[in-house]
Ligand binder design. Structure first.
Ligand code: DQA
Length: 141
């Protein structure tokens, strides 16, 4: 059982800068992740929030809720949320950070991730495939 978390503004996928983030909606992405989970023989639960505190609570509670790992796209929180970093560091599950766009090829402020150092690793720039690779990695642990 794996948790997929998407952060601020990712509810706007499909209409938000489609040249950067693609034409698919969040609902499409979440359904695709569930299908990949089925293929991998694991259950996938997806949540999105624009609220930092809600994301912190999902991360904090994931272990006690029986999840075995987390895939997280923290959106812009990646670049400045020490609270999210601490929440990830403060729990025991493996976490993989995913970004749809290649953050290292974009504005300088996106080159910094305060959350990636407390994750197992970071996948950036591969679009939806990043979520699949993260799920594959976690399900093989
Ligand atoms: C993002 C990259 C972030 O810099 C941005 O703030 C997002 C989306 C991505 O998936 O490429 O909201 O995390």
């Amino acid at each position: 059982m794996f948790l997929i978390l998407n952060g601020p503004n990712l509810n706007l996928l499909g209409t938000r800068e489609p040249g950067v983030y693609g034409a698919g909606t969040l609902e499409d992405l979440e359904r695709q992740c569930e299908e990949w989970g089925t293929e991998l023989g694991v259950t996938v639960t997806c949540h999105q929030s624009n609220f930092e505190g809600q994301l912190l609570e999902w991360v904090q509670q994931a272990g006690e809720q029986g999840f075995r790992g987390i895939v997280i796209n923290p959106g812009a929180l990646t670049h400045y949320s020490y609270a999210l970093r601490d929440a990830i560091a403060g729990q025991a599950l493996p976490v993989v950070e995913v970004h749809l766009s290649n953050v290292d090829a974009r504005e300088a402020f996106r080159h910094v991730s305060v959350t990636a150092p407390v994750c197992r690793g970071k996948i950036s720039g591969l679009g939806w495939a990043g979520y699949r690779f993260a799920l594959e990695y976690l399900s093989e642990l």
